[in-house]
Design a protein around this ligand. Structure first.
Ligand SMILES: [Ca+2]
Ligand SMILES: [Ca+2]
Length: 228
């Protein structure tokens, strides 16, 4: 999957940006270079100057297989690239970029998840703490009383709180953004533009799941083009 994505992006660059490649080997690793390994600089941002490529990648998490698998988040709200560092650092960086949203707003977006842990009172596969955040009833496996359990509805991107039979869609203005659930404990959620579901950013495990499942592999060439 990542290989295909790299090729695809590279082709875009060939046709849209015929200028010479950004030569990463000529850059001193002083952390003004986003392709350097700079783990002490997690959270450092770089201005994006390529509008076309930004519009193509906004809100995405990207990874550079040609440069030790370094990861970055491309902000959905400002033309900036954030260096994420390791999983633990990435979690803090992305949590720190969130803006406030209430539970009712977040309930209108489907939910994804990685590994789920915690006590599950109604045995529907969704732990109580997780259900509390997404507004489903921790005491029944089928909150809205239709024919499908909360987990089945979530897995298929239907609303577990409202049996309307409609798939949940994410509006374009939410895609790729990070929100903090302000009427709870400020839990962070990433609005994944790929599957149009929100993902909790609470643990390092949550972060590694997101990166491993959804990060877009990008060549050093294209990473450099983003900044030119
Ligand atoms: Ca449950
Ligand atoms: Ca249901």
């Amino acid at each position: 999957m990542k290989k295909i994505q790299i090729i695809s992006l590279f082709m875009i660059s060939i046709f849209a940006f015929p200028a010479s490649a950004y030569d990463c080997s000529q850059i001193v690793c002083d952390c003004s270079c986003p392709t350097c390994t700079c783990h002490n600089y997690a959270g450092k941002s770089f201005a994006i100057k390529n509008d076309n490529l930004y519009n193509h990648l906004r809100g995405r998490i990207i990874i550079t297989p040609q440069n030790n698998g370094e990861t970055y988040y491309i902000s959905a709200t400002e033309k900036k690239l954030y260096y994420l560092g390791d999983y633990s650092q990435a979690l803090k960086v992305m949590q720190g970029l969130g803006t406030g949203a209430n539970s009712e707003t977040l309930k209108k977006v489907g939910t994804g998840y990685g590994r789920l842990n915690g006590y599950d009172s109604d045995k529907d596969g969704l732990p109580d703490d997780f259900e509390s955040l997404i507004g489903t009833n921790i005491g029944t496996f089928n909150t809205d009383g239709d024919r499908y359990s909360d987990k089945i509805e979530i897995d298929n991107n239907y609303n577990p709180n409202k049996g309307d039979g409609k798939r949940m869609l994410m509006s374009n203005n939410l895609k790729g953004r990070i929100f903090l659930q302000v009427d709870r404990k400020g839990e962070a959620w990433y609005m994944n533009p790929l599957d149009e579901k929100k993902y909790l950013l609470k643990t390092q495990d949550d972060m590694s799941n997101l990166i491993n499942k959804f990060a877009l592999g990008i060549s050093n060439y294209d990473l450099g083009r983003l900044l030119k």
